[in-house]
Design a protein around this ligand. Structure first.
Ligand code: GSH
Length: 224
């Protein structure tokens, strides 16, 4: 199944699953790439690999059986962070071109992945597994408190303006269990500010609509 971004078939293709259960809708990481394309005004198409059999059916394209991955003409790359940085090289709306601003953007993009999401994802998995004594709670709280101090002092993470680093950090932080874990007003205001952006809202609505259409297709196939 194919879904289209704003423009006619472009060179940029964001790959996701053809269907996912309700739970992750609005959070599947293809949203990061959709959001970045929307911010930058880059034309893109969304295409899919089957959710069923994902463990093995596209390993040549994403070695962990996950999504998203991105194609740009002949070029193909996996990892949402790599995809975002690739898109950021196409548009200064995502990353400034001055060396200091670019370095700061790279630094905070990697920090979102390797200092925050690195903790938040395993913390979240332990939380939803029902482990009452989540061994990662202390580490998670410390990281979020450190970030809260920073976000209390500035509007954007890098270069004094919106960058792809904010897009990624906000996507990591907007998970409802993460938002509910303690009271951090600066972080909450930051997440709200970022997710109020029209490009985020469009990307999220598009993803939700995309999977809703997939439900209908599944139902038709089941009925037929
Ligand atoms: N580090 C990867 C993580 C990708 C990831 O966790 N993708 C999820 C969807 S958001 C997935 O494919 N989950 C299915 C699975 O792991 O089997 C990235 O950022 O691209």
């Amino acid at each position: 199944m194919d879904g289209k971004g704003r423009a006619a078939m472009g060179e940029l293709t964001i790959w996701t699953y053809d269907w996912v259960p309700q739970g992750p809708r609005g959070f599947v990481r293809d949203l990061r790439l959709r959001w970045a394309c929307e911010e930058a005004g880059l034309d893109y198409t969304v295409r899919t690999v089957p959710f069923d059999g994902r463990e093995t059916n596209h390993l040549a394209r994403q070695p962990f059986g996950q999504v998203p991955f991105l194609t740009d003409g002949e070029l193909e790359l996996f990892e949402s962070g790599a995809g975002l940085l690739h898109l950021a090289r196409k548009s200064d709306k995502l990353m400034p071109r001055d060396p200091a601003g670019e370095a700061e953007t790279l630094q905070w993009t990697i920090a979102a992945l390797n200092s925050i999401e690195m903790v938040s994802v395993p913390w979240w998995f332990l939380k939803i597994s029902g482990d009452a004594d989540n061994q990662l709670a202390g580490w998670m709280g410390m990281r979020l408190d450190q970030l809260e101090s920073i976000l209390g002092e500035r509007e954007w993470l890098a270069a004094g303006r919106f960058t792809v680093a904010d897009l990624l950090m906000a996507d990591v932080l907007r998970v409802s269990d993460v938002r509910a874990f303690g009271d951090r007003p600066a972080t909450e205001a930051y997440v709200t500010r970022l997710t109020d952006r029209p490009s985020f809202k469009k990307a999220q609505a598009d993803q939700i609509g995309f999977f809703a259409a997939a439900d209908e297709k599944r139902a038709e196939e089941g009925a037929g």
